[in-house]
Design a protein around this ligand. Structure first.
Ligand code: SF4
Ligand code: SF4
Length: 464
């Protein structure tokens, strides 16, 4: 089976029971942002602007768990910010698991190994020595770490344990050079790989989460899948990036520029995702085949953003993860008060100009699962995709030149420094605006133009 039976069965039961009750709108996945603080300063991180005044605020544990009860969905994706910074992340994961939900922890991976060492210490007995020695041998923990693990864990705080109900969902936007450039720190890709290897060795479920931008090299994304498949990663989420920019839209109108100069348009998204169905056969891509067909340009879907709602410190964010026209105190209130007919693209026609080029997973993947725009055979296609054999790990992927950046002395920091003109003090395209707060946001919700600028720079570097 491609996906865990427990998850597939739970999701199917949830949808069928709501269909029987004729519930007009309901949640499939809750995107929970307990905080917007982050340890990284990725280029173009979206939440930095939107929530710059509440970076230090965080939701209480009770509020987080209460939100999941309100949405009453089978799956919760804990994002942010960096959720592993949330002081009660262990209690939050445990609480959601106790509620019977699947949990995705969307992380940049920088604290994953620390959390897994806490877990090891909590279960340490001499019988665990072979695992500890293996981790040392694989250079995933140091001798010093091993000593700490051997001392055991003596406080009563919970730890993040491996379970088939929880996935680490690691944010990766390319191979080493590209990823480190986007997250603006050398060594992050390497840490992601080490954290993933350690997680797999300890029996955790691991997925990767990738956003495709206008300048993303699709060949590199394919290589990235091949590489992570060789590490036996359990699944991948991939979605086109999207950002509406009214100023640029205006330039398209007034100066007669092409939308392609600024946006990842629907046409371009379809070109980038032309091979997604083939990838879906080779790799364990999460999502429905119907959404894959939509991305590949084979059909239209209607946005169902209400099915993947976002809850954060300000409330329930409407209408979707990307756009904010308001925050509501309760999920039901949001469902009732938002005029959903104002949003999305129906049969290729945008109801709201901001939605025109959007094909993101949080708006359209649920449409595939819910049977919106149902076509004969869709249920069978989705069923076959879910229940067919999981693609085998692609061990040839180990030969991919994944460590093509800092590991081979081709990091980006030197280039970034060189790109700053010392006389004029001009800013490098590799750097964020120093006047902006230095943190926070949510992986995948970004100022895509900034990332595109960076990725364009990468292809220039490659050509030279
Ligand atoms: S199409 Fe849907 S998900 Fe996309 S921006 Fe519009 S409301 Fe949000
Ligand atoms: S995109 Fe934003 S939230 Fe995600 S790791 Fe980067 S700075 Fe943190």
């Amino acid at each position: 089976m491609r996906f865990p039976l427990a998850l597939t069965a739970k999701m199917a039961r949830h949808i069928i029971s709501h269909k029987i009750r004729r519930t007009p709108k309901f949640a499939l996945v809750l995107q929970l942002e307990p905080l917007h603080t982050c340890n990284l300063t990725c280029t173009g991180c979206g939440r930095i602007r939107e929530y710059s005044t509440s970076l230090k605020d965080m939701m209480t544990l009770e509020d987080c768990l209460g939100s999941a009860m309100e949405a009453d969905d089978p799956m919760v994706s804990i994002c942010g910010g960096e959720p592993l910074i949330y002081p009660k992340i262990e209690e939050l994961i445990d609480g959601l698991l106790d509620q019977g939900r699947f949990v995705y922890v969307c992380t940049n991976a920088m604290f994953m190994r620390k959390k897994m060492k806490d877990y090891l210490a909590s279960i340490y007995t001499p019988a665990l020595e072979p695992t500890v020695l293996k981790l040392i041998e694989e250079k995933l923990i140091s001798e010093k770490d091993a000593e700490t693990v051997r001392k055991g864990k003596h406080d009563q705080r919970p730890v993040i344990k491996p379970t088939k109900w929880m996935y680490w969902n690691v944010h990766i936007d390319g191979l080493e050079y590209t990823h480190d450039l986007i997250v603006e720190r050398e060594g992050v890709f390497k840490e992601c790989v080490e954290a993933i290897r350690m997680a797999k060795l300890l029996g955790y479920k691991v997925a990767t989460n990738t956003t495709v931008y206008k300048e993303t090299d699709v060949k590199e994304i394919e290589q990235m899948f091949e590489f992570f498949s060789s590490l036996e990663v359990d699944g991948h989420t991939i979605s086109p990036g999207y950002e509406y920019d009214a100023a640029k839209k205006d330039m398209v109108k007034r100066l007669g520029k092409q939308p392609e100069d600024f946006f990842l348009t629907r046409k371009m998204t379809r070109e980038k995702f032309a091979k997604i169905e083939e990838w879906g056969q080779r790799f364990t891509l999460f999502g429905t085949t119907v959404y894959q067909e939509f991305l590949a340009g084979k059909r239209e879907l209607t946005c169902t953003a209400w099915a993947i709602p976002t809850r954060n410190i300000k409330g329930w964010k409407a209408p979707c993860y990307l756009m904010t026209d308001g925050h509501y105190e309760h999920y039901q209130e949001m469902l009732e008060k938002v005029d959903w007919n104002k949003y999305g693209v129906v049969n290729g026609v945008a109801r709201d100009p901001r939605c025109e080029n959007c094909m993101v997973h949080c708006g359209y993947d649920p449409s595939g699962a819910l049977g919106t725009n149902y076509q004969r055979g869709d249920n069978w296609k989705n069923f076959k995709y879910n229940f067919s054999a999981k693609p085998k790990p692609y061990y040839e992927g180990r030969k991919i030149n994944a460590f093509n950046g800092a590991s081979i002395g081709k990091g980006h920091l030197a280039e970034a420094k060189a790109a700053i003109n010392p006389r004029t003090g001009a800013k490098s395209a590799f750097q964020n605006d120093a006047s902006e707060p230095a943190a926070a946001g949510s992986c995948g919700t970004v100022d895509t133009s900034q990332r595109d600028e960076l990725l364009a720079k990468i292809s220039e570097v490659r050509k030279s």
